[in-house]
Write a protein that binds this ligand. Structure first.
Ligand code: COA
Length: 374
């Protein structure tokens, strides 16, 4: 039997920090509301493109695995905030890494894109289609945010992380995965303006306006993540006591606490990043996984549960059995160019390019263009 072991991992967090106090300089909000309702204190704002974050994260993951980019066979780019639809973003990463033999595909299931991508790449390795893969979870939400809407603008942040999967004879990597979609609730989370569907109606290309029913998403997220967690554990014959670490999607601390309670998982087994990074959509789970490894929370042979949900409303729960190695084989010298602006300065520049309901197409292209030409 072939497995798809996770042999490399790397994150790339943009350095600029946007605090709750920064948000309250232009929104009718405050630190106390954000902290008590979401558990968030700060989030990151990227000065480079999502592809650039991904290239650094992937290079770090490849070095960690000791795998040359030239030997890479598949790149899966999990995101819903791509700079372009055609060509896809995975191809930009392939070019920048020099991974000329790699197939390149994007996966968009919103916040679950990394988990869906991880399952896809694992299946391709286990069926012998490829021998290895990089799976990326990345999001550049700041450019698509409606910064006039306090109901969503306080919740999200930018970030990226990647893992390397390699074929192995030893049982490790993804051992169980359940995926689904609560499509009857698809309109509870909709970013109008990503895609062409709204052109000529209430939104022009380049604008965004968020439909976001927070309380409805909250309830459905708790239900979907809890049920998916219980199902994947049952299918694999794993009890809650046998789970060593939970690395959940981090949209709200209260959602995570409710899922843990419902699924019988104590909070001291849960890896949390929501306070420092907010909701990074597809990047949330892999960034938390990388931080769990870097802080010694992943032990050799550990059983890790990774539940998530996102727009669609897609949901997933993935069980991973870790291998023997929890330290990197090598490091990469790839890094981001210096950031010369504060997070608040970058957000104010985006806000200045937005009309009252979103941003103008010219404004968006000015903000995104030139950041990456891979
Ligand atoms: N600052 C201050 N007040 C705010 C606010 C903000 N940023 N956003 C909303 N409010 C106000 C509301 O207007 C409302 O005021 P009212 O009572 O006078 O009408 C009040 O706070 C309560 O709003 P409500 O939406 O009921 O709060 P909540 O406890 O449900 O928390 C969320 C809101 C969004 C934090 C919560 O529902 C949530 O996390 N949902 C999940 C959404 C999500 O993460 N989706 C991503 C999918 S991956």
């Amino acid at each position: 039997m072939t497995y798809a072991a996770i042999t490399g991992w790397g994150a790339c967090m943009p350095p600029a920090v946007l605090t709750n106090a920064d948000l309250s300089t232009f929104l009718d909000t405050n630190d106390e509301w954000i902290r008590t309702r979401t558990g968030m204190r700060e989030r990151r704002v990227s000065h480079v493109s999502g592809m650039e974050l991904s290239v650094v994260a992937s290079a770090r993951a490849l070095a960690c695995a000791g795998l040359d980019a030239g030997d890479l066979e598949l790149i899966v780019y999990g995101s819903c905030s791509n700079e372009e639809a055609v060509p896809n973003s995975a191809s930009g990463v392939q070019a920048a890494l020099g991974a000329t033999r790699a197939a390149a595909m994007d996966v968009n299931t919103a916040c679950t894109s990394f988990l869906y991508g991880l399952t896809t790449a694992t299946s391709m390795i286990r069926t012998g289609i490829v021998k290895n893969a990089v799976v990326i979870g990345v999001e550049l939400i700041s450019k698509y945010m409606d910064w006039s809407d306090r109901g969503v603008a306080v919740l999200f942040g930018d970030g990226a992380a990647a893992v390397v999967l390699q074929a192995s004879d030893t049982e490790s990597g993804v051992i169980g995965s359940v995926l689904g979609c609560d499509a009857l609730a698809r309109k509870t989370l909709r970013v109008r303006g990503i895609g062409v569907g709204y052109s000529g109606r209430d939104i022009t290309i380049g604008d965004t306006k968020w439909d976001f029913d927070g309380p409805a998403i909250f309830k459905r997220a708790v239900h979907a993540m809890s049920e998916a967690s219980l199902r994947v554990m049952k299918e694999q014959g794993i009890t809650a006591e046998q789970v060593d670490l939970v690395v959940p999607h981090q949209a709200n601390l209260r959602i995570i606490e409710s899922v843990a309670k419902y699924a019988g998982l104590p909070m001291d087994k849960v890896m949390l990043t929501v306070e420092r990074y907010g909701n990074m959509s597809a990047a949330t789970v892999p960034v938390a996984l990388v931080e769990a490894l870097e802080t010694g929370r992943v032990k050799p042979g550990a059983t890790i549960l990774m539940p998530g949900f996102g727009g669609g409303l897609t949901w997933a729960a993935t069980l991973v059995k870790w291998g023997d190695r929890v330290t990197p084989l090598g490091t990469s010298d790839r890094s981001l160019p210096p950031c010369t602006q504060s997070a608040l300065e970058m957000i104010n520049a985006i806000r200045a390019a937005q009309d009252p309901h979103g941003r103008s197409a010219a404004g968006l292209s000015t903000l995104v263009a030139g950041a990456f030409d891979g």
